[in-house]
Design a protein around this ligand. Structure first.
Ligand code: ADP
Ligand code: DAR
Length: 380
């Protein structure tokens, strides 16, 4: 893979960017990376939608407040041709500065969110709207639902300074400490965590992994592990990730298929944080996130599910998932393989629907998937 690791710190002579167009050396890296990507067999949305015309139109632009360049947005996708998406927003303004590229990728990923469309107002519904997906506990090992929030007036990972990371950690942790009842818990900074404890939390699917090359090449891992950490309650059912891919990830988990209980806990958690924190929100794109695949509701509702029949034919499983707007990941999340026949299956789109509609789409999809699994079993 070509190496275009371009951390802000590399350009010693311009530690603080204050230019109105991308410098020549950045444009040279962009042109070389674009040419290599164009000749590759990449299936990323970046490759699909970054045409020569769009590239020439936006390659010199920078965002007004942080001088983020097109290279800051796409260098992960230029370095990793096996990306699914291949682009991130280094700061909130990138979505408008580079709209010619972001908009078709957003439309494609979220399955029909056009430039003129507006994300709907927040409407969570209630956990009680969603019955247990697997009351007999035949298929679903566990259920997880998460949403992301970015703190208003802060940029995203590639533009954060070490001081920003510390400031965000402190600001978010101060509010986490006020949570009560089943949402009360303890914050553990990654920098103070024993490696064994960290690995156990990762293996238990509670903590984010380290060393994601897609995030590293997007300059999302600078100053690691400064400012990164996890907040977790006593029952390990309510978790908040701080400064991994997004400033905040609010996560609720349940053993088995009780989606409604997990969802109700997440709603209370994210609304409690909203009393004290201001989030980055756009009237067209909803809640803003580092990756365009997470815009809007930012919700990913997933099950760890055993599908011995459908899972025997991955193409068939993908076909059924696609029909119901579901996304199949491996047991350890994205870019991982299924172990012991356990798949992570979730809603794919997050933008253009309300929170209630996104979770209902997942609920209906997983119900249909279980029906298909039973049918596949009866045909044996
Ligand atoms: P996200 O984008 O939501 O953070 P990832 O694909 O990175 O998702 O997964 C994050 C972690 O969450 C991984 O360890 C993954 O195994 C875990 N996970 C996802 N869904 C479930 C689930 N239903 N039950 C238990 N763990 C889950
Ligand atoms: N790995 C990147 C991001 C895909 C979406 N997942 C996120 N944002 N965690 C890719 O382009 O494959």
């Amino acid at each position: 893979m070509m190496s275009v690791r371009l951390a802000r710190g590399i350009f010693k002579k311009i530690p603080i960017r204050n230019y109105s167009r991308a410098p020549c050396e950045i444009i040279e890296i962009l042109e070389s990376g674009f040419e290599t990507l164009a000749q590759s067999k990449s299936q990323s949305l970046l490759k699909k939608h970054l045409t020569q015309e769009i590239f020439d139109k936006i390659k010199t632009r920078v965002t007004p407040s942080y001088c983020s360049t097109l290279l800051d947005c796409i260098q992960s996708g230029l370095c990793n041709h096996d990306s699914g998406v291949g682009i991130y927003a280094p700061d909130p303004e990138a979505y408008s500065t580079f709209a010619e590229l972001f908009d078709p990728i957003i439309d494609d990923y979220h399955m029909g969110f056009k430039g003129a469309d507006k994300h709907p107002a927040t409407c969570f519904g209630y956990g009680s709207d969603f019955p247990n997906l697997d009351p007999e506990q035949r298929f679903i090992v566990s259920t997880r639902i998460r949403c992301a929030r970015s703190i208003k007036d802060f940029p995203f990972n590639p533009c954060l300074t070490k001081k920003d990371y510390r400031h965000l950690e402190c600001m978010i942790n101060k509010v986490l400490k006020t949570l009560c009842n089943e949402h009360s818990g303890k914050f553990m900074a990654l920098s103070c965590m024993e490696k064994e404890e960290q690995q156990q939390l990762i293996d238990d699917h509670l903590l984010f992994k380290e060393g994601d090359r897609f995030l590293q090449d997007a300059n999302a891992s600078r100053f690691w592990p400064t400012g990164r950490g996890i907040f977790i309650n006593q029952n390990r059912t309510f978790i908040v990730w701080v400064n991994e891919e997004d400033h905040i990830r609010v996560i609720s988990m349940e053993k088995g298929g009780d989606l409604g209980r997990a969802y109700e806990r997440m709603i209370i958690g994210v609304e409690s944080l909203a009393h004290s924190l201001k989030f980055s929100h756009d009237k067209r794109l909803g809640y803003l996130t580092f990756c365009p695949s997470n815009l809007g509701t930012t919700i990913r509702a997933s099950v760890h599910i055993k599908l011995p029949n459908l899972g025997a034919d991955k193409a068939k499983l993908e076909e059924v998932a696609k029909k119901h707007n579901l996304q199949v990941r491996g047991t350890s999340g994205e870019h991982s393989e299924a172990k012991d026949g356990v798949y992570d299956i979730s809603n794919k789109r997050r933008l253009g629907l309300t929170e209630y509609q996104v979770v209902m789409e997942m609920h209906k999809g997983i119900t249909a998937l279980i029906d298909a699994e039973c049918q596949a079993g009866s045909q044996k």
